[in-house]
Design a protein around this ligand. Structure first.
Ligand SMILES: NC(=O)c1ccc[n+]([C@@H]2O[C@H](COP(=O)([O-])OP(=O)(O)OC[C@H]3O[C@@H](n4cnc5c(N)ncnc54)[C@H](OP(=O)(O)O)[C@@H]3O)[C@@H](O)[C@H]2O)c1
Length: 201
């Protein structure tokens, strides 16, 4: 089943097609996502809104739709792909980085809400990975980002898969990313714990 996730109706259509085929998905991987390189003052708004639809809105809709089904059997696993840029504002990737901050924040908060159920949510935050990402995002080939040494995509996927199986909330593959993410993660975990108390009834 192929869907263009920049179209608002796509998540609901996907679920309807799965139901028609009597397929019950107990794992959801929200991997689709991309960047559009450039200064915000120069990039195309229509294209950016489509990107936000894929990176944020479709991911949110799919999570909601599949979660509702998973709650009926009280089991299921969701993997949301964010990025290490979730922790930092990134010029020339301002909307993309902000969209990945959304994915991380949403996933971590949801993981806390789902504690005690049979459903887990895992957020994968890769660093720089060897895929079509940089070509697709129109990164100039001579840019430092495009030329950086990249992690092997299969290793990143395996790391995400292992974390998903274990029901871990967060995974940043690679030593550098784990070190880079440690300090912000620590403060986020404390804040998440505090706010789970503040927001409780
Ligand atoms: N590469 C990196 O350095 C890096 C770092 C951190 C996070 N990430 C994240 O990793 C995820 C996978 O990206 P990638 O690195 O594997 O890049 P990629 O090779 O460009 O793959 C992008 C994926 O998103 C899908 N996609 C894009 N637009 C879509 C749309 N409108 N509807 C449905 N699917 C769509 C693509 O499907 P089709 O191929 O069928 O179009 C493809 O599976 C993304 O969320 C990205 O933000 C990548």
């Amino acid at each position: 089943m192929v869907k263009d996730l920049s179209k608002p109706e796509a998540p609901q259509e996907l679920l309807a097609e799965l139901e028609k085929e009597h397929i019950d998905a107990d794992v959801l991987v929200n991997n689709a996502g991309y960047d559009i390189y450039g200064n915000f003052s120069e990039t195309n708004l229509h294209e950016e809104l489509e990107m936000l639809q894929v990176n944020i809105t479709s991911l949110t809709c799919l999570t909601k739709l599949f979660l509702m089904k998973m709650l009926k059997s009280n089991s299921g696993k969701i993997l949301n792909v964010s990025s290490m840029v979730a922790f930092i504002p990134v010029p020339k990737s301002s909307l993309y980085a902000a969209s990945k901050s959304f994915v991380l924040s949403f996933s971590e908060a949801l993981a806390t809400e789902l504690r005690g159920t049979g459903i887990t949510i895992t957020c994968l935050c890769p660093g720089v990975v060897q895929t079509k990402f940089y070509e697709r995002g129109n990164f100039p080939p001579q840019s430092k980002a495009a030329k950086m040494r990249k992690m092997d995509a299969a290793k990143v996927a395996k790391s995400g898969f292992n974390a998903l199986k274990k029901g871990k909330t967060f995974v940043a593959p690679g030593l550098t990313n784990a070190i880079f993410g440690f300090s912000p993660r620590l403060s986020r975990s404390v804040a998440r714990y505090m706010f789970s108390k503040v927001m409780g009834e």
